[in-house]
Design a protein around this ligand. Structure first.
Ligand code: ADP
Ligand code: MG
Length: 347
């Protein structure tokens, strides 16, 4: 028997491989694996379901992550997948595996953060599971949401010649992570008690306490704009655009100069000798929304706060490309984050 290494498939390849033979047995399973959330049909409202897991040492480092922030983030990233379907999150179940190094007080902090996020997104915590762990803290949350069938937006329904839009700004969470990692090393080397975060508060917050874009989903509804396809940006812009394009059978051209990047992200990237565009394309954990809309929505969209038009879809044969500031064009690569490649981060 020949064994295949996980790195041969990568995260997305592995998911495809393990799930390709699934055939839904129930008429109520409208959409299974393959989008931000599954869609179930239980009467008038459709139910959206998604799970995300956070593991100590892979997704978070407790030397610099306050537990309250971690609790908030673990709920927000789940809510984000429901908003990415144009739905409303309603309930979560929370499973934690915890070692006896943790005190009751520290877990109270974790839950204080979760409850704060639940309040902000209107979610009820309705159950879960608690078990012990020998290796560290693990948090797995399943979120249930609801939507009218006509409102649900999938990844695979973009058309040619539509606008590609993103919310907020990109690459900041990744730069925040780099800063935290750098200061951790400085601290270990020198034991200098005061890490230097001045001027970088925004990118730190983006890493430690990301928000799900409930506001944008509401704004688009108010303006009666229904995206044709949507996904949340958890693995970097390039990877998410390619999910939409591949699943929808279209290509795309985005413009480097249109990608929204915050000043602090630029500043940190420069300090670390990194390219801010690459951070936006391949960093992760921004939890912004990426969506497509028909061309005739251009004027309304550009007038809205917090939304940037970054390019357009085209024929699949033209590929997924980015035009750089100096006018060159190159093919996007979907790296995402693969847990299975050595020295790489999260997903
Ligand atoms: P997201 O980044 O939006 O959370 P993922 O990339 O994690 O989505 O997952 C893509 C799709 O694959 C989703 O539909 C998800 O439910 C499904 N999926 C992920 N991991 C597994 C697994 N181990 N078994 C079955 N389905 C999975
Ligand atoms: Mg998602």
């Amino acid at each position: 028997m020949k064994y295949t290494e996980l790195s041969a498939l990568g995260e997305f390849g592995l998911i495809d491989h393990l799930t390709q033979t699934i055939k839904a047995k129930n008429a109520s399973t409208l959409k299974g694996v393959g989008d931000d959330a599954a869609v179930l049909d239980y009467g008038n409202k459709k139910i959206l379901v998604s799970t995300d897991m956070l593991i100590q040492g892979i997704h978070f480092d407790l030397t610099y992550t306050p537990l309250k922030h971690l609790g908030y983030k673990s709920v927000a990233v789940n809510a984000s997948d429901i908003y990415a379907m144009n739905g409303t999150p309603k309930q979560i179940t929370v499973a934690i595996a915890v070692s006896n190094h943790f005190s009751v007080e520290s877990l109270e902090e974790l839950y204080a953060g979760m409850y704060l996020a639940c309040k902000e997104y209107g979610i009820d915590l309705v159950g879960g599971d608690t078990t012990s762990s020998k290796t560290g803290l693990c948090i797995s949350i399943t979120v249930l949401g609801e939507a009218e069938e006509k409102d649900i937006v999938y990844r695979n329904t973009a058309k040619e010649n539509e606008l590609i839009c993103t919310t907020g700004d990109l690459g900041a969470a990744y730069m925040g992570l780099q800063l935290l990692e750098r200061e951790k090393l400085v601290f270990q080397d020198t034991n200098q008690p005061q890490p230097d975060f001045a001027g970088y508060e925004y990118i730190l917050e983006r890493q430690l306490r990301p928000a799900a874009r409930k506001d944008i989903v509401q704004l688009l509804k108010e303006k009666e704009i229904r995206p044709t396809a949507m996904i949340d940006i958890s693995d970097g812009l390039a990877s998410e655009i390619m999910h939409i394009c591949k699943d929808s059978g279209v290509g795309c051209n985005i413009y480097e100069e249109k990608i929204p990047i915050d000043y602090q992200t630029y500043k940190m990237a420069e300090e670390l000798n990194m390219n801010a565009t690459v951070c936006a394309l391949s960093g992760g954990e921004d939890y912004e929304l990426l969506f497509t809309v028909p061309l005739d929505k251009y004027d309304i969209l550009t007038a809205l706060p917090g939304i940037s038009v970054i390019g357009h879809t085209c024929k699949a044969a033209e590929g997924c490309r980015m035009t750089t500031r100096d006018g060159n064009s190159f093919e996007l690569k979907a790296q995402g984050w693969t847990n299975f490649t050595p020295n790489n981060g999260q997903s």
